[in-house]
Write a new protein. Sequence first.
Length: 147
Amino acid sequence: MDFDELYQAIILDHCKRPRNRGTLPPPATHGSGFNPACGDEVTVFVRQTPEGDIEEVSFESQACAICTASTSLMTTQIKGKSREHALALQRRFIDFLTKDSPEEGLGNLQALGGVKKFPQRLKCATLGWHALESALSRSDREPVTSE
């Protein structure tokens, strides 16, 4: 199996069997994203420990395969990590897709590298990450129960 096939398999697996799907009740915070160009919608839920580590993370979506796979992969990579680690990974991932930055530290997120060839799909691959950033920005405030 070559890298393209392996990466395609990872994307299909996370699309068909998304990890960490579902809502988290308060005191979890959440952030949402919407792509008007294609109709993708994602809400990411985050519960942090008092120390700021991501204890639980999940998502709900009505989204394409790329968006669903990217968000599912994201949740597997940040669960148990610090808020700072998650935000640094977000920056590295977006830079990887937009600036030809190195792949180091991305793990299976490298599977989404094919998006570079299709700039119109960039928003699909990053929508869940922007929703995560929104959820983490609320972590210093009271949990939000509705938008």
